[in-house]
Design a protein around this ligand. Structure first.
Ligand SMILES: [Zn+2]
Length: 94
């Protein structure tokens, strides 16, 4: 069973307690009305799909219910690191 470390609960817990919540570190445009249709489409729908390390948002749905970030290797499905929301991606995890 895949275990995920919740940085708030500070425990390794079964994947079933968590929900994937998309790509991490996306910045919402300050004024979407200034964007072209293509720029707005890209913000809403275009996401990275790397082979290797990927920064993701996760939520500890059946625990503390908080969102956090993780870097996961999409090839091996191993979590490299998890860290609290609002903090920067750790160096060396690109
Ligand atoms: Zn938690």
């Amino acid at each position: 069973m895949l275990l995920i470390h919740c940085p708030y609960c500070d425990q390794d817990l079964p994947e079933l307690e968590f929900t994937y919540a998309g790509e991490a570190h996306l910045t919402r445009p300050s004024d979407p009305s200034l964007l072209t249709d293509e720029e707005w489409r890209d913000f809403l729908f275009i996401r990275k799909n790397p082979k290797g390390n990927h920064a993701e948002r996760w939520r500890h749905t059946h625990g503390c219910a908080r969102f956090f970030n993780a870097v996961r290797d999409t090839v091996s499905d191993r979590f490299i690191v998890t860290y609290k929301a609002g903090t920067s991606r750790p160096e060396g995890t690109e």
